[in-house]
Ligand binder design. Structure first.
Ligand SMILES: Nc1ncnc2c1ncn2[C@@H]1O[C@H](COP(=O)(O)OP(=O)(O)OP(=O)(O)O)[C@@H](O)[C@H]1O
Ligand SMILES: [Mg+2]
Length: 460
């Protein structure tokens, strides 16, 4: 199996390694403590036993002299208590005791000595370690009292070995675990990186992989995906607008060009004037389109959100209705206002006035009665359950149910309306302004006519 070197750089692996190190250190400390305290306790017990025996022998020596020691050593050598004894005379001659091998080398100035002896175990002969207390007696006599500590030493070795194995195993398991965890983590990061590369290469429909476990990577992926969806929507909207703008500007510009060319070909002053004034009209239309698009862009960018203030929509309704009343009457219609005071909303005055104006403008344009009578427009403002409702209703032809959603889109105009001036941007702007104000634009059948309702949260 090939190991990906990137694994060692992952935070998961580093964390696992740090924990492993801490774990190994604490395990080693605990096991060493157990080892040393166990082994030293056993060694101390052995030494205490030997020391007690030596003291007993010293007592004999004081009372009965050399013969006392000789007696006791010979007796104890025969007992099966595990004690080892050696009494040597001058020149190292063995006098008494069950220990026949006396350690070689200078041992005069040392009390405690360790030395090997050969012991028969069944048919085999093995080396054992003896720990002994060495006493020099008068007349070049020497006495050794000891114990076979081979078992003790072996026990220590076993504990030591266990310690190494435990540490080794912990390291292997820890490293393996860290490695597996990191590999899993890295795989998912790689998948996310790969997805983002595909997206950067232009495929905006691609999404980050989600495992469904709901862990932090999933949460990150989900919010990235939401962000991507938003970007995709904005990009699609932008594409639409650019296409629509190009298409919508092409017609008036072509018209303008043709008219100017025709005027240039003519010699008459009156024709020049006519062409110029028509050009100015076209320019006004173009400017209106641009202004509407800019207002939509401004409302959609969410930037004026900071510029939102608490205001009374009642005042806005008064102003706008006052402005449009003469126009409605001139066209043979009526415009009435019925509004509660205190329609407090959090909003942008200019954009809200623009939205209401757009609705009244539509009612004026499309709200004529079937018999050709002028539009009967009623504007209302009321509060219901912490919500402000502002409606503009007419009794014209209305909008067919199948088109009611579509008309909010940019540049959408229904066929019946083509005879009237307009760009199909009015309702788009109203929609965007409502989104900016956390509100909604509702279009419903007024039977007959259209009723457009702005729904805004009331500011208490
Ligand atoms: N009150 C209404 N009665 C009937 N149809 C309407 C009404 N208001 C809007 N519409 C239909 O919805 C379409 C879109 O309206 P919108 O206000 O977005 O654009 P417009 O009025 O055509 O142009 P603009 O508002 O940009 O000058 C209109 O072209 C018209 O077909
Ligand atoms: Mg309009």
């Amino acid at each position: 199996m090939l190991v990906n070197p990137k694994i060692f750089k992952t935070s998961t692996f580093r964390l696992a390694a740090i924990y492993l190190l801490l774990f190994a250190l604490s395990t080693a400390t605990i096991l060493s403590y157990v080892y040393y305290s166990t082994v030293s306790l056993l060694e101390r017990q052995t030494e205490d036993t030997i020391r007690a025996e030596v003291e007993g022998l010293a007592d004999q020596y004081r009372i009965r002299g050399m013969s006392g020691i000789l007696d006791v050593v010979e007796r104890r050598s025969r007992e099966k208590g595990g004690g080892l004894y050696a009494l040597n005379g001058p020149n190292g001659a063995h006098i008494a005791g069950n220990l026949l091998t006396f350690p070689k080398g200078p041992i005069e100035d040392r009390d405690w000595i360790d030395f090997p002896i050969r012991v028969g175990e069944g048919a085999a002969v093995r080396d054992h370690i003896v720990r002994a207390f060495h006493v020099e007696l008068t007349g070049e006599y020497e006495l050794l009292v000891g114990r076979d500590v081979q078992g003790l030493r072996l026990f220590g070795e076993v504990i030591k070995k266990t310690l190494y194995w435990a540490l080794g195993l912990a390291m292997i398991l820890g490293l393996g675990g860290g490695f597996l965890l990191s590999r899993n983590f890295l795989k998912r990061i790689d998948a996310i990186t790969e997805a983002s590369h595909t997206i950067m290469a232009g495929d905006l429909s691609q999404r980050m992989p989600i495992t469904g476990s709901g862990d932090e990577l999933d949460r990150l992926g989900t919010s990235l995906n939401e962000m991507l969806s938003q970007i995709e929507r904005l990009m699609a909207g932008m594409k639409d607008v650019t296409g629509n703008v190009a298409h919508d500007l092409k017609t008036p510009l072509t018209r303008m060009k043709a008219r100017v060319e025709a005027a240039l070909r003519s010699e008459r002053k009156a024709e020049y004037r006519g062409a110029l004034s028509q050009t100015i009209e076209e320019c006004d239309g173009l400017l209106r389109t641009f202004n509407a698009l800019l207002s939509i862009a401004q409302a959609e960018s969410g930037q004026p959100r900071q510029a939102l203030e608490s205001l009374d929509a009642h005042d806005i309704l008064l102003d706008v209705v006052e402005l449009y009343e003469p126009i409605a009457e001139e066209a043979g219609g009526t415009l009435t206002l019925q509004a509660d005071p205190g329609l407090l909303v959090h909003g942008n005055r200019q954009l809200l006035a623009q939205a209401v104006s757009n609705l009244i403008d539509n009612a004026l344009k499309y709200g004529d009665g079937p018999d050709g009578s002028g539009a009967q427009i009623s504007v209302r403002g009321k509060i219901e359950q912490n919500t402000v409702y502002i409606s503009v209703a007419d009794s014209g032809a209305g909008i067919p149910a199948k088109d009611i959603d579509r008309v909010r889109d940019r540049f959408v105009r229904l066929d019946e309306s083509r005879s009237k001036p307009g760009n199909g941007l009015g309702l788009s702007l109203v929609s965007s302004v409502m989104t900016l104000h956390s509100g909604k634009l509702l279009l419903e059948d007024n039977q007959p006519g259209l009723k457009a309702v702005l729904i805004l949260p009331l500011v208490s």
